[in-house]
Design a protein around this ligand. Structure first.
Ligand code: PPS
Length: 270
């Protein structure tokens, strides 16, 4: 895997967009692709997001591409997606000083989004009822493991490597400011007009309407948008529509316990 990912990245030009699933990976992937392509919208429609941004650990059913095979045939700088927790990322990323953009999202919205994603995603385990899924999430029994360990694991490493740690909620609140942060991190200097284009092209509405970003091009046997569309709501605070008062109390109590001692800003009641 090492040679696949990094042989062209000795200058540290590769960039990895990473996060627990359903935190906004697709959103940040599209932003990075737009920045690397100088805000050229047509160029960013050259293929579906999963062809433009290989998913490092993905090796699912055909016709979807295998991440490492795509990367082997791609020139640097490569924009790579992963959901891996920090300790599972290939060491070659750090040996080659690759840049990583991590996006964290408030735990409850992440859970709600992940629940709907697993309803539609036919290659991940069936989520069960909302109550069952809530329990699985709390206990880290969902694909890619514990949300708590994931966000803390990357937070603890953010000053030791070239990691830009971002928050979904900040991206919603001030998308232009966050796009400019990413631009600076990638050492790109685009004109204000291009930045505005990127912000517009990567709004929830624009991406939902864009077949190259909304995953409607993948076969139904893999993801059934009729059960719940991939671009579902794209909002902050949707958890309030799902948690009962009792579930909220249990979640908050458990959150405090699991996150005790972490310097990570609270990611639970936005
Ligand atoms: S995946 O499959 O795990 O990589 O999913 P991921 O892309 O990380 O997360 C999907 C959620 O991100 C929302 N999304 C967006 N929100 C705001 N703006 C934009 N542009 C955007 N693009 C994707 C998407 O709607 C999913 O969140 P929910 O809350 O389910 O709507």
């Amino acid at each position: 895997m090492k040679s696949h990912i990094n042989e062209d990245d000795s200058a540290g030009t590769g960039s990895l967009t990473t996060e627990m699933p359903n935190k906004g990976t697709t959103w940040i992937s599209e932003i990075v692709d737009m920045i690397l392509n100088d805000g050229d919208i047509e160029r960013c429609k050259r293929g579906p997001i999963y062809e433009r941004v290989p998913f490092l650990e993905f090796a699912g059913p055909k016709p979807l591409p295998v991440g490492t095979e795509q990367l082997a045939n791609m020139a640097s700088p490569r924009n790579v997606k992963t959901h891996l927790p920090f300790h599972l990322v290939p060491k070659s990323f750090w040996e080659h000083d690759c840049k990583v953009i991590y996006v964290a999202r408030n735990a409850k919205d992440n859970l709600v989004s992940y629940y709907h994603f697993d309803l539609s995603n036919r290659i991940q385990p069936w989520p069960g009822t909302w109550e069952e899924y809530l329990e699985k999430f709390i206990n880290g029994k969902v694909p890619f493991g514990s949300w708590y360990e994931h966000v803390k694991g990357w937070w603890d490493q953010k000053d030791k490597h070239r990691i830009l740690y971002m928050f979904y909620e900040d991206m919603k609140k001030d998308p232009k400011q966050e796009v400019m942060k990413v631009m600076k991190f990638l050492e790109k200097d685009l004109a204000d007009e291009s930045v505005n284009k990127i912000v517009h092209h990567t709004t929830f509405e624009a991406m939902k309407a864009n077949p190259m970003a909304n995953y409607t091009t993948i076969p139904e046997f893999f993801f059934d948008h009729k059960l719940s569309p991939f671009m579902r709501k794209g909002i902050v605070g949707d958890w309030k529509n799902y948690f009962t008062v009792a579930q909220n109390e249990i979640f908050d109590k458990d959150y405090q316990k699991k996150m005790a001692g972490s310097m990570l800003p609270l990611l639970v009641n936005t």
